[in-house]
Ligand binder design. Structure first.
Ligand code: SF4
Ligand code: SF4
Length: 351
């Protein structure tokens, strides 16, 4: 299979960030992340990695973190630390950023749920410390899945302070008002309103979204799913090549175990064994028959494999990615090295 041409900006990432800010640079260069931990103080219903308080108290080591940041920077993408909620381990994250900054490999931004931002003093202290360690921006989500868990003031405060300290072009977040955030909280508490919101803004139905939000959607015949959009509206064909093409894929992650993933829960390799740049220089799908199948034939390739092993397909599924999720769960015991890690598949939160 040949790779299609990249549509990413050809300027160096530092130049793009300097000219456009971190927020715009993401769309122009795409992203690569250090997935610092699967642990989180929230348990959002749409979380693709099933992050939450139930996950092990496991984070990337300082040494691995530095090595993974070195590898991530070689992709030429916008680099961030994500999770889970990485700032549960604020002191360790700050120490990692400081050491990375000494090498010129600090992450460009950090993703956080902002729940921790309970006062101006704490927000200013943390953002200034991160900025002093070479971090250039912050990302905060705002939606009913997140906002149901904590006061709107924390999210609004984090946004305001981050804009003050990093500058608006470097804060990847909506400027949702307290009233809007409060309405999101209300929606998150109301099953009918959440169902309506979810149908209006359908997430990819894998991970916890596959477990807890799929029932908001009607099943559709297998043949109707092929053109469903993927992570960022790309593809629209039965295959999933755009998610596994090193140039076109939107995002790539390295987790605390070294697992390299594009689509959550499909492991392409391990950064401790084959550094990410080397892996990206090859064809991902050349390393694994499973990855080749899903890249070339999408979940239909996995469905055939599962059917050979006794899986009985339903008459329909709500979404192409949900078909993929259901089949992957069936196949995981046979292919745990590819369909992993356990954090993504292992825990089921109550509905
Ligand atoms: S979506 Fe983000 S904040 Fe929500 S559970 Fe997942 S990692 Fe935590
Ligand atoms: S169908 Fe599977 S491999 Fe394709 S984008 Fe969705 S989750 Fe990823």
């Amino acid at each position: 299979m040949s790779q299609k041409a990249s549509t990413r900006d050809t300027r160096p990432v530092a130049q793009v960030i300097a000219a456009e800010g971190v927020a715009r640079a993401i769309g122009l260069k795409h992203v690569a992340s250090l997935l610092y931990t699967y642990r989180c103080d929230l348990a959002c219903k749409h979380c693709l990695f099933q992050c939450g308080p139930q996950q092990p108290d496991r984070r990337v080591s300082h040494e691995d973190g530095l090595e993974f940041l070195r590898q991530l920077h070689q992709t030429g993408r916008v680099i961030h630390i994500a999770g889970g909620e990485a700032l549960l381990y604020f002191d360790s994250v700050l120490a990692l950023c400081r050491a990375a900054d000494q090498e010129g490999i600090a992450p460009h931004f950090i993703e956080s749920n902002a729940r921790w931002c309970v006062s101006d003093e704490l927000g200013i202290e943390r953002f200034q410390a991160l900025r002093g360690a070479g971090v250039q921006g912050m990302l905060f989500s705002a939606d009913p899945y997140h906002q149901v868990f904590f006061p709107p003031e924390n999210r609004a405060r984090a946004f305001r302070l981050a804009v003050d300290i990093f500058g608006r072009p470097n804060v990847i977040a909506s400027d949702a008002s307290i009233e809007k955030l409060r309405e999101m909280n209300d929606i998150g508490r109301d099953r009918e309103r959440l169902a309506h919101f979810t149908r209006q803004h359908p997430p990819r139905l894998v991970g916890r979204a596959g477990e807890q939000l799929a029932h908001f959607f009607p099943d559709r015949p297998l043949s109707d799913l092929a053109q469903d959009p993927l992570w960022h509206g790309s593809n629209h064909t039965a295959d999933c090549a755009s998610e596994f093409d090193p140039e076109r894929m939107w995002e790539i992650h390295i987790d605390p175990y070294g697992n390299i993933q594009t689509c959550c829960g499909i492991v392409l390799g391990n950064a401790r064994e084959t550094p990410l740049p080397a892996l990206m220089a090859t064809e991902f799908w050349g390393r694994s028959e499973i990855v080749r199948r899903v890249s070339e034939r999408g979940p239909y390739g996995l469905l055939d494999l599962a059917t050979e092993r006794g899986y009985r397909a339903r008459a329909g599924y709500p979404q192409k990615c949900h078909l993929c999720w259901e089949v992957r769960k069936f196949l995981r015991p046979s292919y745990p090295a590819v369909f992993g890690p356990a954090e993504v598949y292992g825990s089921r939160m109550p509905l």
